[in-house]
Design a binder for this molecule. Structure first.
Ligand SMILES: C[S@@+](CC[C@H](N)C(=O)[O-])C[C@H]1O[C@@H](n2cnc3c(N)ncnc32)[C@H](O)[C@@H]1O
Length: 285
């Protein structure tokens, strides 16, 4: 695809690209994805808060509503990528160009208005700010004010005609544990697989091609595989690209080594039994 980038096909329906998403999306044709679902870097206020929290030591866990985890021993402790402000004006028109359906972008509550403005500047239809409620968000340790218990995502329609989704009259509120048992823990802002699966079911259809320009450790790709969507993910950082590749290969490989705890965790995190049964069947053979 894009010269100078590493493109890896993982099976028939998954492609991951190591490189700058702006360069990659510039080379993609208009309307080439059914949906663009991205988890871009946070706004700079969050980056600053994280750098300052507890002297920057375990900022990534504490400030975005995450409890330090048992398996976090090797996790990277601070956000080692730039905040979104510099990239948002460049990437938004490209995401709008590529999507023929929904554009979803995660952000802080403070990021909703700038994302709405960028989306409208790119001539897509801004529809709603949705909330991810985190029941396991930690308290505000210094007691000086309310703790952060939600993260937001904006939903915009880039397709023709009226927007369409599978949620009927459902509210745009998603309640999901941050520290579910299937959490990998090596990326400082990893999303829960269960959250991404619910979003995919609401905003996309089986067989759809979903593009994640900020793939990180590949959670959206895993959710796509479990929900029967095709996936293209882009990540600029080689170490996160490698983690995404490893996690996706683990989910895809029916003959690969299966770890009982992780398989059961994936099953618990999903809403449908089908993929969990499949994973557990692999354990029994
Ligand atoms: C919020 S994280 C995504 C985490 C992901 N949802 C997960 O579950 O692991 C954003 C990611 O975007 C990557 N990134 C930042 N700028 C980028 C760019 N220009 N192109 C591609 N990836 C970029 C960062 O390295 C980071 O891993």
């Amino acid at each position: 695809m894009t010269i100078g980038h590493e493109t890896v096909s993982l099976g028939e329906h998954v492609t991951i690209i190591r490189g700058d998403c702006c360069a990659v999306l510039r080379d993609m044709g208009a309307d080439s994805a059914d949906a663009v679902i991205g988890d871009p870097p946070y706004e700079s206020n969050m980056h600053k808060a994280k750098a300052g929290a507890r002297g920057g030591k375990v900022a990534s866990d504490l400030e975005v509503g995450r409890t330090p985890r048992r398996n976090a021993r090797n996790a990277l402790k601070t956000l080692d990528f730039s905040s979104v402000e510099s990239i948002r004006p460049k990437v938004t028109p490209l995401m709008v160009k590529v999507s023929r359906g929904w554009l979803i972008a995660f952000c802080t509550p403070e990021g909703v208005a700038p994302w709405r403005d960028a989306i409208e500047d790119a001539e897509a239809k801004y529809k709603r700010a949705c909330a991810w409620v985190k029941p396991d968000a930690p308290p505000q340790f210094n007691g000086q004010g309310p703790a952060m218990g939600v993260e937001m995502f904006v939903a915009a329609w880039c397709g023709k005609g009226h927007s369409r989704w599978n949620g009927g009259g459902k509210r745009g509120v998603y309640t999901c544990l941050t520290n579910a048992p299937d959490r990998d823990g090596r990326h400082p802002t990893e999303k829960p697989v269960a959250l991404m699966r619910e979003i995919l079911r609401d905003f996309t259809n089986p067989g759809d091609m979903v593009l994640d320009p900020f793939m990180g450790s590949g959670t959206t790709g895993i959710a796509c595989i479990l929900e029967g969507r095709r996936f293209v993910g882009v990540e600029s950082d080689p170490k996160y690209f490698a983690i995404a590749r490893e996690r996706i290969e683990w989910i895809l490989d029916p003959a690969g080594p299966v770890d009982r705890r992780r398989a059961r965790s994936v099953w618990r995190a999903g809403s449908g039994a089908a993929d969990g049964d499949d994973l557990l069947a692999r354990l029994d053979t």
